[in-house]
Design a protein around this ligand. Sequence first.
Ligand code: OGA
Ligand code: NI
Length: 372
Amino acid sequence: MNKNNKMDVKIETKKGSMDEWPEPIVRVQSLAESNLSSLPDRYIKPASLRPTTTEDAPAATNIPIIDLEGLFSEEGLSDDVIMARISEACRGWGFFQVVNHGVKPELMDAARENWREFFHLPVNAKETYSNSPRTYEGYGSRLGVEKGASLDWSDYYFLHLLPHHLKDFNKWPSFPPTIREVIDEYGEEIVKLSGRIMRVLSTNLGLKEDKFQEAFGGENIGACLRVNYYPKCPRPELALGLSPHSDPGGMTILLPDDQVFGLQVRKDDTWITVKPNPHAFIVNIGDQIQILSNSAYKSVEHRVIVNSDKERVSLAFFYNPKSDIPIQPLQELVSTHNPPLYPPMTFDQYRLFIRTQGPQGKSHVESHISPR
Ligand code: OGA
Ligand code: NI
C-alpha cells in the first residue's frame, strides 16, 4: 500500500496530468437539476461504503461542544477546565465544536449565505472559474485525477487566503457583489481564531504556546478555503457527498450549514452524525498536527452524507504549515521510549496524495509511518 501510493503520485506528476482532469467534468448541480430518475453509476458507492442511514441519527451522541468564553484573556490561557476538555477532544475524537469563539454570528451567516447565492448561479455562469488539479483553485467537482474513479455528490470552490502572494482576487467569484469583501473579512477572523487555538494545542502538550505556530513557519503559514455545495440527491442511500478522508493540512475550522446535517465523524467503528450548535465552528485536527504531535492528537476520518430534500453548504477553512518546510514530530515530544513515528515531509509533497488519489480514508497518514 505504502510504496504503491507514493509511486502513483510520482508517475502522475511526471506525466504532467496535473494540468487537466482525466475526463470531462460534470457538475453535480446540473445532474441534480435534471430530474434524474436514477443515480448515474459513477456516484453509486459499493455497498460497504454506503451510508447506513440518511436519517438524522438520534441525538444521543455528538462530538464534544466546548465553550471558549473567557479562555483567551489578557492573563493568557487560564481556564484549566476548558483546556482539559480541548486536550481530551484532540486525543480522543480529533473533532470538537466551539461556541463563544469570538467570531461574530452575522459574519458567519453572511459568509455562508454569500456562497449559497454564488452556488445558485446557473452552472454556465460559474464555468469561467473552472479549476484544474494543479492548484485546485476555483470551481471544481472532483478530487483526484484517477480516470474512472468513483465520484462524490458535491461541487466546491477552492481558494487561497494565505500566504499573501497566493491570494488572488481574480480567482475569487465576483458575484454576489459583497462576496469578496465578506470572504476577506471572514478569512482574517478565522486566521486569528486558528492562531489562538494553535496556542491551546501547544500548551496542552506541555510546549511553549507558540511552538506549533513556529513549526508551521510562523507568519508564513498557509490558509485556504474550500466551500462545499451538496445538491439534493435522488438516491442519498447509495451516494456520499464527500468520501471518508482525513484532512491533509494542519487544522480545519468548519462552518456547517445551519439547517442541514451531513458531516459524520468516525468514532471507533461507527459514524457519528454531528449536530452543530447554532453559530458553532467545528474544529478538527489534520494530518500535519497528528504528525507534529507524534500522534498524541488524532486526525480523524470523516465523511459527508447527502439527502433528497435539502441542499447543504459548508465552508471548510484549512490552516496549514508553510508548504515547503519539512514537517516531522517535534523533538520535545519524542524520546527513546516514544520514537518519532513519521519521517519529515513538506506539505507540498504531502498534499499531492489527496490531489491525485482523492479521498482515501486515513490511508495516507497511515502509510506515512516510518518503517521499523
Ligand atoms: C472537507 C470536509 C465537511 C463538510 O471539506 O474536508 O470534510 O461538512 N467537509 O462539508
Ligand atoms: Ni474534511
